[in-house]
Structure formats: structure tokens, C-alpha cells
Design a protein around this ligand. Structure first.
Ligand SMILES: [Zn+2]
Length: 490
């Protein structure tokens, strides 16, 4: 009953007291108690995530340790790659991620088989070689030929048609060591396009100086591709010291003659898979900030720095967010991509897991607000390239405040095309960012048998996780539009 006596509690009859208290106590509590903890500002949370990662979170190192120990090499389309994906999905579920699932897609797998190389003239010497991915096998007896040396891919391209009939073409361009890995982009064209160019000029095989910066007798494999090739020829990487030796022999006026064998094969009807895991957003859950790295690896090492650490960094960064008492506004999605390393015999020829994700999520891509990948080892991040739309302004300033203390400066240029995992998203209009890692020593190890867990520096791995966690939180717990181009600065 709506009685004035009830409102005037002091005069209320005894029986009405419980009702009076029920109304007044919550009111009184609301007046005198401290207000409920407000959701902390995104920048403050990002700072906490950064500091927690630096303090040694351990998810990243234990992830890459277990991945490389349990499954070893994970070539695209192999049982090992598939089992690693199943393990990753189970682990992501156990870590509390949402929407964990595996998306399979068909590929043609490439299997190395046995291989060998030797110099047969002017003296007999073993050569350290590795067949390039996608390269066809040699005949069972191998191929043998005189080596014609080209200093660069351009020199090979300048050679007249059929001028290499019966010969083995070799490009000896040396990869330059740089902090940003730019030397790789400059040298790798000889690996991707050299075999095709050699085949078009009648060569029976193709070799190149390994695209790598070390001076050990290890060959650096990697994929080639035979788009528009008349006849694919067997193709090989040669260790740097062996390439030096052949160049010196040629400089003496002698013609090196080489025997090569590869038992490589193709496995049609194979499949690879992407592993997806979300930290579901709150008020803008349909908007996705995407973190990618690839699960497959070359077959000779255990794929620790390429790209076990990348998968570890993005998983650990997202796990730190998952463990907070509140969620970001936007969904944070981890995509562990399959089949990144090997080209495909049919269009789109390369970047297969990235393409598969972009194709199967096409209708969602307009709401993918930002994407980046980790695929350059685990040495420290030294700069962050933002999308051009936010390269200046408050978001960039907040990013600088968070990341400069851990040695990450703003990059001189905005993020551009990204890598193989997120490149197909960029083509569909998804803005990219790039955490630029110190690649000074990366290409000593990349794509060699030496890509193993002991090369991972735990302190630098943690710095990577710290930068990713802080930056991704800032982007995900915001409504910043990364697509709209910034107004020109006056
Ligand atoms: Zn990689």
C-alpha cells in the first residue's frame, strides 16, 4: 500500500519496517558507497597488458616449445601440420577463447624426398643443396650439366632464348643483411622467378645462392613458382660457401660441372587448415581486429622462428586480453594460417591459407577493422607502422606513449601490403598495421635445418607479446575508424 506512513519511516507501524528498510537501504548505500569501479580507460588497460607481458607471461614460450617439440616440422598438407592444428584448437579452447574452430581447404602438397648435389668437374666435391618448394623431381639418375653463372636475375632474364640448352643456370646474387629484412625482398625474386626464366631458355636445372645471410654450409629452401612456365625444371638452393666455391672456379676460367638429384613429389587432394579463435567483443562484437601467423613450416627444421614464434606471440597477446575481467568492445580474432610457405600449381599460386580465409569470410571483411601478422621471428619489435588513416592524431599519440617505453618507435611510413597471411585481406580493403621486428639475424636461420627452438630469445619474445597486447587492446577497445583516409594535413 502506498501509505505516507511508509514514506515517513520514523512513524511507521512496526509491521512496515522491513519494507521501509528494503527501499531505503539500497538508496542509502548508493549515496554513501563508492561508485562501482568504472571500466578503466583503454590506454591504462593497454599499459597493464604491456607490463604483464614483460614480466614474463610464459604462454608464448611454452606454446612455441610445445608446438615445435610435439610436431617438429609442419609442411603444408602433412599429417604433422594437421595434428598441430588440432592441438592448437584444443589448446585455444582450454585457454578460454571463444568460437574456436578449424577451417580446412584443399591444396596440392609438395614432398621433398631425398636429394643430393655434387660438383663433378673440375674436381669432385659434395655440395650442400636443398630443392626449392614446388620444384619437380629430377629423373631417377639426376641431371648433370655445365653451370652458367649469372650475377642477378636480371642478367638471366637478359640471356637469349634457348641459350642455356643442356646447361644448369645459376644466379649468385647475395642477400644483403639489414635490420628490416629488406635484403630478402631484393634477393628472393631469383628464387621465385629464376626457375621459370631458366626453363624458358632451355636449362635442364636451376640453382641459386641461398637467400640467406649466414656463411654456414646450410641451404635455405623456400618456394618457387612456375606461373606460365613452359616446362618446370628442377631447382635448388646452394649454401653460401658452396656458391662462393663455384664462383671462384668460374673466376679461374674453369667451367663447374654439377650433378643434381631430387626425389620430390606432389600430393594432390591434400588439405591444409586455418585455426580460428576469438576474444569476443562487447558492444561492437561484429567488428574484428585480426592477428595472424602461420602454422606450417619448412620440412628441415622445426619451424621455431618461422613461424612458431609468430603463432606464440599472437596467441599470448590475445590470451592476456582474454584473462582481463572485462572484454574489449571489438572482437579480437587469432587466425593461425595453414599453408603459407608453399606455392600452389594453380591460381592463386601462393599465400594459400590467407587466401582461403579471405575467400570464406568475404562477407565479413567490411567489418574487419584492422589486421596484422607476426612472421619475422621473435627478435624485438623496433617500430610500428599504422594504417595511413591514423598515422597522425590522438590514436597514434596514445600508441607512442604505450610503446616508446619498450623500444617501439613510430615507423617512418604507414603500413603497406602486409605479408602472405594478411595480404589477401588488404586486397579486400582491410587496413593493416605492421609490427616491425629486428630481422638482423633472422635470415641466418630462416628456411634452414637450423630453425629450431634454441634460437628463440625469451626476453625478446616477451617484448613482442607486450607490444602486440598493448596495441591490439588500444585498437580493439576503441571505435577508431582505420579505413577512412585521414584529412590532408594543413
Ligand atoms: Zn614464415
Amino acid at each position: 500500500m502506498d501509505s505516507p506512513q511508509v514514506l515517513n519511516g520514523m512513524n511507521a507501524p512496526r509491521a512496515a519496517w522491513p519494507l521501509v528498510l528494503a527501499i531505503l537501504l539500497p538508496l542509502a548505500y548508493a549515496l554513501v558507497a563508492p561508485a562501482a569501479e568504472p571500466t578503466p580507460a583503454p590506454e591504462a588497460v593497454a599499459g597493464q597488458l604491456r607490463d604483464a607481458a614483460l614480466a614474463g607471461h610464459d604462454v608464448a614460450y611454452s606454446w612455441v616449445s610445445e608446438l615445435t617439440t610435439r610436431f617438429g616440422p609442419r609442411p603444408a598438407g602433412s599429417a604433422s601440420e594437421q595434428h598441430a592444428a588440432e592441438w592448437a584448437a584444443a589448446r585455444l579452447k582450454a585457454l578460454g577463447f571463444d568460437n574456436v574452430h578449424i577451417e580446412s581447404f584443399p591444396i596440392t602438397a609438395w614432398v621433398r624426398g631425398s636429394e643430393s648435389g655434387s660438383l663433378v668437374a673440375p674436381s669432385a666435391q659434395p655440395l650442400v643443396i636443398a630443392a626449392l618448394g614446388e620444384s619437380p623431381p629430377t629423373p631417377a639418375t639426376g641431371v648433370e650439366g655445365d653451370v652458367v653463372i649469372f650475377r642477378s636475375l636480371q642478367d638471366l632474364v637478359a640471356a637469349p632464348g634457348n641459350s642455356l640448352s643442356g646447361k644448369i643456370a645459376m644466379v649468385t646474387q647475395r642477400m644483403v643483411r639489414t635490420q628490416d629484412g629488406a635484403g630478402y625482398g631484393d634477393a628472393v625474386a631469383a628464387r621465385t622467378d629464376g626457375p621459370k626464366e631458366a626453363a624458358q631458355r632451355g636449362a635442364v636445372a636451376f640453382m641459386l645462392r641461398s637467400v640467406g645471410t649466414d656463411s654456414h654450409r646450410m641451404a635455405h629452401t623456400g618456394t618457387t613458382r612456375y606461373v606460365d612456365a613452359r616446362v618446370p625444371v628442377p631447382s635448388f638452393a646452394l649454401s653460401n660457401p658452396d656458391a662462393d666455391q663455384l664462383e671462384r672456379i668460374a673466376a679461374l676460367g674453369q667451367i663447374p660441372r654439377v650433378h643434381l638429384f631430387s626425389g620430390a613429389s606432389y600430393l594432390t587432394g591434400a588439405h591444409s587448415q586455418n585455426v580460428i579463435a576469438d576474444v569476443k567483443g562487447t558492444t561492437r562484437a561484429a567488428e574484428v581486429v585480426l592477428l595472424a601467423a602461420h602454422m606450417d613450416s619448412w620440412d628441415q627444421g622445426t619451424g621455431a622462428i618461422d613461424d612458431g614464434t609468430g603463432t606464440a606471440i599472437v596467441v599470448a597477446a590475445a590470451k592476456l586480453m582474454r584473462d582481463l575481467p572485462h572484454r574489449p568492445r571489438r572482437t579480437v580474432r587469432v587466425v593461425l594460417v595453414g599453408s603459407e610457405e608453399i606455392a600452389q600449381p594453380n591460381a592463386p599460386f601462393g599465400d594459400f591459407g590467407g587466401n582461403a580465409y579471405a575467400a570464406s569470410h568475404l562477407s565479413e571483411l567490411p567489418e574487419h577493422v584492422l589486421a596484422g601478422e607476426s612472421d619475422l621471428g621473435a627478435d624485438r619489435i623496433y617500430s610500428l607502422a599504422l594504417p595511413a588513416s591514423v598515422a597522425h592524431g590522438e590514436f597514434a599519440l596514445a600508441t607512442d606513449r604505450l610503446l616508446t617505453p619498450i623500444g617501439v618507435l613510430p615507423a617512418a611510413r604507414p603500413a603497406e601490403d602486409g605479408g602472405a597471411d594478411v595480404g589477401p585481406l588488404a586486397k579486400a580493403g582491410v587496413p593493416l598495421f605492421s609490427m616491425n621486428q629486428d630481422a638482423t639475424r633472422y635470415f641466418d636461420i630462416h628456411h634452414t635445418p637450423d630453425d629450431t627452438l634454441d634460437k628463440v630469445d625469451r626476453a625478446q619474445l616477451d617484448q613482442n607479446v607486450a607490444a602486440w597486447a598493448a596495441f591490439i587492446w588500444l585498437a580493439a577497445d576503441s571505435d577508431v575508424d582505420f579505413r577512412t583516409p585521414a584529412a590532408p594535413r594543413s
